[in-house]
Unconditional design. Structure first.
Lengths: 182, 182
DNA sequence: TTCATTTAGTTAGCCGGCTAACTAAATGAA
DNA sequence: TTCATTTAGTTAGCCGGCTAACTAAATGAA
């Protein structure tokens, strides 16, 4: 069975009804648009992750291979990779252990600092990266194939705008912690 | 420390260089735009999930409360909830067990079909839902606050277009399974 | 009426995230 | 030079996803 994220999506009417019931003066458009955004991402990402998985990779593992490929001596520290990828140390620890088992990276204790392990891209890792990369390029190209140059520009603009607004949600959360709970 | 998803993003130049190296005739724009899309979603979603977590909920738990609220007798079967939410049976099984422990739902074996458990929204569950809902509306409103009506319409249009293109990635994967592996 | 098939749900175990708590090593101020 | 502090990494255990394999009950064709 093929699962579709969030099958039962509320209609604008239902969103409006609920808002009225709660005496909220809001437009249902924004809620609906946020759901559209989430759905679009999740459906696209599901197919993208599935493509990546065909190569025995995950998106994170692929990006780690890219980081190593571009690093000096094709080598980085776990903490550097964690920072670049934007994940915590325990997460990178698990990912690298898995990639080492796959033979995509190798790691050795550093001589200069014995707390540290140098993570090295293996030839197998580089080979897999080169095999997958064309598919990665193609997937993005296909995804935006039907977009005009103007539409692509618009989309980038709207995404930037959205990204800037994310702090407002954080602000809302802080307001709740300060006042809302009482 | 505040983590930022995927800190080290490749520049268009780097994307172009790699494409040249692989002799791929692709524009780096699409790859870059896909990364923008992923980043925007993940950053927004991170803050949204954090807001939801302030109410001892996750997005999935919140949506389940909504389904139950709108259901006849405020009651559904696990399999119905799984279908509406678009997740597998094991996932819903875990979620509902957690929500029952929180006291948000209760469940009882059905008389008519003994394989089945009726999941019921509790008064505590409904109360929490009513507390959180205004924040949910506000978060979406804030997110799109700076969008003009036209921009919202454009965004919805572009997201629909993107959603339609997701099948091309699946097609690419099928092509790989058939031909690419040889 | 029986028995193979279907349906509903759970359990085990994996992945990629997280936090909390830990060990080991390096650092730097007194 | 010492020792508190910082830094690097791991382990345990949680969450929300998944697949595979299972049990129990309902169903429907012979």
């Amino acid at each position: 069975m093929s699962y579709y994220n969030f099958v039962d999506r509320p209609s604008k009417q239902r969103i409006q009804e609920m808002a009225d019931q709660l005496h909220l003066k809001v437009s249902p458009d924004a809620v609906h648009l946020f759901l559209d955004f989430q759905l679009a991402y999740r459906e696209v990402e599901k197919n993208y992750e599935s493509l990546v998985a065909s190569f025995d990779l995950s998106e994170s593992r692929f990006i780690i291979l890219m980081f190593l490929y571009y690093a000096e001596d094709k080598q980085l520290l776990p903490s550097e990779i964690a920072h670049k990828l934007g994940v915590t140390k325990p997460t990178i620890s698990k990912l690298l252990r898995g990639m080492a088992q796959q033979g995509l990276v190798s790691s050795h204790q550093s001589q200069s600092d014995k707390r540290v392990r140098d993570v090295q891209l293996t030839t197998a890792g580089e080979k897999l990266l080169r095999t997958f990369l064309p598919y990665n390029y193609r997937s993005s190209s296909l995804l935006f194939e039907d977009f005009t140059a103007e539409e692509k520009q618009q989309f980038a603009h709207l995404l930037r705008k959205l990204l800037k607004s994310k702090d407002k949600i954080q602000q809302l959360e802080e307001d709740y912690h300060e006042h809302g709970k009482n």
